[in-house]
Write a new protein. Structure first.
Length: 404
């Protein structure tokens, strides 16, 4: 064999070997990269928190211009970080609750299939051991005995066929029982994860509130400084016009930074409101679930929830779907300053804007007599997640598929 051919084959074999090794290492390398990214993210977030902590120590009245601008940026970054953390935690809650609902649905399907198979097993057992003449009380031995060899063979084939079907059906039932155990274990883990994620979401929400309070405090201090320094600039106009202009430029930069952040927040809130404007459920989308008018996608879950609560001695009543017109009426009744624009918190009783209520989608329920500590609230707190429903913390009676 020519030397060149041998070298070519050797290099080809080496390339294949390296490719195989590369595929073997790829998952490990990918996992290492992911872990490194998580570590870098954690380090970056820690630095942001440390910078924000320093920003909180800044005296806006006396701080240098650059120091105050950096403090404003750092505290704004902290608010953004806490908002992102809260969004991640809330998404984790939704994911876990979807897993709970999926496991619940699969358990129901398995139970129904096992019930159907049990009926089949009974029929197959009778046919296998009595054959065609079972109705005449003939036992298996009598059924198999026949003077005609062809008929005897046919009957033996029939019994073997039925016995094979019986065996296959029993194997399927055993597989379903095993799957049901696995699905139930997954459901339990998902319920635990949902609970842990809800706790984390509440913690993240508290952290966000603290960051926003700190942001507001620093902005107020900066605005107070702004007024004082502009007054100083007006006084200096005749004494030192250049210094007065420098002060005005710096304070205008601070004011611009505050306005930009306020505008960004307002735009984000407006975008979120627009994203939440969803078409209300139509009559064809609604079902009656134990007296609650809800969207068909949650009808079975609500039915099971109401029935299970009743079995535990808790009678859940209230209402589900309502029209946008009814939402507008409630906004008037509940004293909202503006029916369509003012936030829910401005009403005497918090009420979503028309077009933003989960009731209009048929995905929320207001339960009667469901104050904190009531049998209704206690039962729902312990069980509602199993059916895909979450509580709005500010309203003990309000439960929906996304907690809003």
């Amino acid at each position: 064999m020519p030397l060149l051919d041998r070298r070519s084959r050797w290099f080809a074999a080496l390339a294949v070997l390296l490719t195989i090794i590369g595929f073997a290492w790829a998952p490990a390398l990918a996992q290492d990269d992911e872990e490194q990214l998580e570590e870098l993210k954690a380090e970056r977030e820690q630095l942001q928190e440390e910078a924000a902590a320093k920003a909180l120590q800044v005296d806006a009245a006396t701080a240098d211009f650059d120091v105050l601008m950096q403090a404003l940026d750092d505290i704004n970054a902290l608010v953004d970080l806490q908002e992102a953390r809260l969004a991640d935690a809330e998404q984790a809650v939704l994911s876990a609750e979807e897993q709970v609902a999926a496991a619940q649905q699969r358990n129901q399907e398995i139970a129904e299939e096992i019930e159907a198979l049990q009926a089949i097993v009974g029929d197959l057992a009778v046919e296998a051991f009595t054959g065609e003449a079972g109705a005449n009380g003939q036992d298996l031995t009598s059924f198999l005995v026949n003077d005609d060899p062809t008929e005897a063979a046919r009957r033996r084939s029939l019994v073997e066929f039925q016995t094979g079907n019986l065996s296959d059906t029993l194997d399927r039932m055993r597989a379903l029982v095993t799957e049901a155990e696995l699905v139930e274990a997954q459901r339990v883990r998902a319920v635990e994860a949902a609970l842990a994620n809800r706790i984390e979401a509440e913690e993240r929400r508290a952290e966000l509130d603290e960051a926003i309070d700190a942001q507001v405090e620093l902005v107020i201090a900066a605005e107070t400084r702004l007024e004082a320094r502009l007054a100083e600039a007006a006084f200096l106009d005749e004494v030192d016009a250049d210094l007065a202009a420098e002060i005005r430029a710096q304070e205008e930069a601070i004011a611009r930074r505050i306005r930009e952040e306020a505008a960004r927040k307002a735009a984000a809130e407006a975008a979120a409101r627009r994203a939440n404007l969803v078409p209300p459920a139509g009559e064809d989308d609604l079902v009656n679930a134990e007296g609650f008018l809800v969207h068909e996608s949650v009808g079975d879950s609500v039915t099971r929830m109401i029935q299970d609560a009743r079995s535990d001695g808790v009678n859940l009543t209230g209402y589900g779907w309502r029209s946008p017109q009814r939402t507008a009426e409630l906004r008037v009744i509940n004293g909202c300053p503006d029916v369509y624009d003012s936030p829910p918190s401005s009403c005497r009783i918090p009420t979503a804007r028309p077009g933003q209520s989960m009731h209009e989608r048929g995905l929320a329920i207001d339960f009667a007599s469901c104050w904190r500590g009531s049998p209704c609230f206690v039962w729902l707190s312990n069980n509602a997640a199993n059916y895909g429903f979450r509580n709005l913390p500010s309203e003990s009676w309000h439960w929906s598929t996304n907690g809003s």
